[in-house]
Ligand binder design. Structure first.
Ligand SMILES: [Zn+2]
Length: 345
């Protein structure tokens, strides 16, 4: 089978792969530098270029694309490197594999997703344990209603859809039900993507931390969560996870969630109209690397927020007593850095 190298390069941001192999990166302009893992490197001789998805070491001459990097660092051949890349970067959101995933949503599909969203929302509102869970994640009751968060008890959806004469077969194709008839969102807190009065997609998060996958979406392309309400704003905030997004929406900010670190097919196009895009990604290596890679693609309009030391993401910051103030200080700082770069350039 032919290997599509360009597709692999698109799917695996080189900065993320390098960071995932324990090589800390430091941004310098649109590039990243690191101590080279392939020779005794006292200074940061290796340069990673997110824009061209390549790297080069000025010390030992090692260089190439993301596959070449994995070959060298793992000491494997080309095919093994490709296989490793495939294995190490699963889709951030699990999608149930359905026989014929629908490409476009019909009106009936929207009605079905909206019905499921409403059922889950009503279920959450009368499940005190789950309401407490979302509150511990910093989601206030008004925000739960505004974003129509839900909860699947795992038993109510099929009878509910039947009563409303909606097709269970279609519910399977959309990824609401497994072919067995079980609910894909069972036991999960559900965060819908609202488009006007309709629900267009949803993602469910496990609450006990024991089962996997942590997030499960529908059998539909992953959207830029929250885009409908953020579109048209001059400044749009971009987060990794849905709870990070909820934190920012709770602060009244126009925000969207990537649902992972990789931009979806449409992400950059959707954000093209915003005058500035404020990146609020996680503070781990892959979040930092993804922020830098995204900033390189977005260009001058990007602002990279550096969250305070010790928090892993903005949702965690949001539940701290002074979290909101600390966040807005970090945003001001990011704006100031962007102005400095603009006036220096
Ligand atoms: Zn080197």
């Amino acid at each position: 089978m032919a290997i599509d190298v360009e597709r692999i390069k698109r799917r695996h941001a080189i900065a993320e792969v390098v960071a995932a192999h324990g090589v800390p990166l430091r941004p310098v302009g649109s590039r990243l530098v690191a101590r080279c893992p392939f020779h005794e490197d006292g200074r940061a001789s290796m340069v990673v270029y997110p824009a061209t998805s390549s790297y080069y070491c000025f010390g030992c001459g090692a260089g190439g694309d993301v596959i070449d990097f994995v070959r060298r660092v793992e000491r494997v051949g080309f095919r093994e490197a490709v296989a490793l890349l495939g294995a190490e970067r699963p889709e951030p959101i699990d999608r149930p594999v359905m026989p014929r995933p629908p490409l476009r949503l019909s009106l009936d599909d929207r009605l079905m997703l909206t019905a499921a969203c409403e059922l889950y929302h009503e279920t959450l509102l009368r499940t005190p344990g789950m309401l407490r869970y979302v509150e511990t994640r910093g989601v206030a009751p008004w925000l739960t209603r505004y974003c129509r968060l839900g909860y699947s008890d795992g038993t109510s959806l099929a009878p509910y859809l039947k009563r409303r004469r909606l097709s269970l077969k279609r519910a399977q194709e959309l990824g609401l039900l497994f072919p067995s008839g079980d609910e894909t969102m069972a036991g999960r807190v559900v965060i819908p993507d609202l488009r006007g009065a309709h629900c267009g997609w949803m993602v469910g998060r496990i609450v006990d931390g024991l089962r996997s996958p942590k997030y499960r979406g529908l059998a539909l392309p992953r959207p830029l969560l929250g885009f409908e309400r953020a579109r048209g704003h001059q400044r749009v905030f971009l987060t990794e996870g849905p709870f990070d997004w909820l934190t920012l929406v709770g602060w009244g900010l126009p925000a969207c969630a990537l649902l992972g670190t990789q931009p979806g097919a449409d992400t950059l196009r959707l954000l093209a109209r915003a005058r500035s895009v404020v990146l609020v990604l996680d503070t781990d290596d892959s979040g930092r690397a993804a922020a830098i890679a995204l900033a390189a693609s977005i260009g001058d309009r990007a602002r990279v927020v550096e969250l305070p030391e010790g928090v892993k993401d903005v949702n965690e910051l949001g539940v701290q007593p002074d979290g909101r103030e600390a966040f807005f200080r970090a945003v001001d700082e990011a704006e100031r850095r962007a102005r400095d770069v603009a006036s220096a350039g």
